[in-house]
Design a protein around this ligand. Structure first.
Ligand code: ZN
Length: 193
């Protein structure tokens, strides 16, 4: 799925325990996006495409370096070190990370039909590669529907709890977003209701 969908999946997981702090929610949300860090090789690949020694980092490493149990354990360990509610955050970071792999498995077929098999046991073993025959395309309607539902959920939670995913980037912008959401809800629901 796209990084936007992964982001909102992570945010939903981060909000499953309402007592967590902002920092913990950020780690859990990041865990749902971070496997795609192995896609950053795309930049190097594009930049060196016409050189004598092209770097095929995207083709060679995307869906490999970050999409496995080794990276999940590494990232969960780092998150445990820097989070406040360490046990709850670590468990949710681990779940959030695995939801990324699950979402890729069910809905990330590339435009050329590539399934991007997930080498789950790396770096310990290369024996396993996950694919699912029913996998739908990256830009298909189920992904758009899931994303829309998750954004609606994030908006609902923002109105109720007073913070949105924007808090990860800016506290000030977050206050503005929450206020705007609350105002639009007040307009939608008559006062006498
Ligand atoms: Zn991915």
């Amino acid at each position: 799925m796209s990084p936007v969908t992964h982001f909102f999946v992570g945010w939903a997981v981060a909000n499953s325990v309402p007592t967590l702090e902002k920092r913990d929610r950020a780690w859990i949300t990041l865990a749902s996006v971070v496997p795609d860090i192995d896609g950053l090789g795309l930049i190097a690949e594009i930049l060196t495409r016409n050189s004598t020694r092209p770097l095929n980092w995207w083709s060679d490493y995307h869906h490999i370096l970050g999409h496995n149990i080794g990276f999940a354990v590494l990232f969960t360990t780092v998150a445990a070190l820097f989070s406040r509610r360490k046990l709850a955050t670590s468990i949710l970071v681990f779940i959030s990370f695995h939801l990324h792999l699950f979402c890729d498995l069910i809905g990330a077929r590339g435009p050329d039909g590539d399934q991007w098999p997930i080498p789950y046991l790396r770096p310990f073993s290369t024996s396993t590669e996950w694919t699912w025959a029913g996998q739908w395309a990256l830009n298909s309607w189920p992904n758009m529907l899931i994303t829309a539902i998750l954004i609606a959920l994030a908006s609902f939670l923002a109105i109720k709890r007073g913070y949105s995913p924007v808090e990860i980037f800016s506290r000030k912008a977050d206050v503005a977003v929450v206020n705007a959401l609350r105002r639009s809800k007040d307009r939608a629901v008559p006062q006498s209701f």
